[in-house]
Design a protein around this ligand. Sequence first.
Ligand code: TTP
Ligand code: MG
Ligand code: MG
Length: 386
Amino acid sequence: MTTAPPRRIAHLDMDAFFASVELLRYPELRGHPVVVGGGSRHQPVTLADGTRKFSRLRDYVGRGVVTTSTYEARAFGVFSAMGMMKAAALAPDAFLLPTDFDSYRRYSRLFKAAVATIVPHVEDRGVDEIYLDLTDHPDDTRTLGMKLKAAVKEATGLTCSIGIAPNKLLAKICSDLEKPDGLTIVSYDDVPVRIWPLAAKKINGIGPKAAAKLAALGIETVGQVALADPKLLQEHFGLNYAEWLRRVSHGHDERAVVTTHEPKGISRETTFERDLHAKHDREALSEIFTRLCTRLADDLERKRYAGRTVGLKLRYADFRTVTRDVTLPAPICDAAAIRRAAGECLRRVPLEQRMRLLGVRVSALVPIEEAGARVVPVQRDLFEES
Ligand code: TTP
Ligand code: MG
Ligand code: MG
């Protein structure tokens, strides 16, 4: 039998993420119970003397839910997804802040970029967590864990918790064991002592329904799942899920860390219904060109990128294809700027022949937050009326 070499997988999760980002700009709230989840009417007001006036949970009226809370608020029993009115009854003095997703996304990119400078194998798991494959890194596990935490702190001012284990399943469970600011390392040998006493629902994949079904069978902990009669599990959960339960309860998981690559470029192209000529079909071409650039700008906006290089692709009626590109001093993402740059490229291609396809591409991408992208005024190009 061949056994795969042991792996070192990390799961990193930011501590009270949205709330911690808010505390960076309202440091006077540090140490207090704070809840994020309000709307714009809960925006703090700066008073004449420079101090800020914050909303309190007790004044909340409405049907909103808690997005997240600081650990001080959690001490009162206030957690994510709890109704705000219920939270107000538990922690009336807690401060309430509106959500600001743009900021959270910006910090999300920052911590991921910081980690990527140390470990290139990063799997994105949403706004505040990632998996890393540390197997090939020369540092010993604890040193590396400390390095990662320091890099995140340095880049964002925020703390995170990291679990390091032989696989994703265990790493994910571990990152939660010593929150906040935790670093938890477990091996297969630690499974009976550290993992078996945990509630079965701590396993990613045992949802509320399965947990309730297990509880009905008297199975509450991971250890009880591991020691349960396989036949009983099969009877209630089917062969596949029962087999999966058996494996995960023993801490086994073979899933690979799937590295997510930033796209190199984003493009849009269109083949015309009939071949068009730069001069005779100028109006139609102009409209198509503008629409392409608008769609591309929408794609960039949705994927949150801006780019410095704009490329143009043209296919002639005889199927010859030409491309041109231009690199700008700063990244752009808006339709007008893309159209202007692509228009510049257009000046550099011969336009005597009819065309069958037009494409526009933006590359040399950077996250939109890092681009400081500006709107550049439109300049007329060859397809436009003068
Ligand atoms: P989590 O990592 O689950 O929670 P957290 O970072 O706030 O706290 P912890 O220290 O326990 O990790 O979620 C990350 C962010 O996602 C959280 O700050 C807010 C958001 N979120 C929601 O919007 N709704 C939810 O139900 C949960 C759980 C999180
Ligand atoms: Mg978190
Ligand atoms: Mg998380």
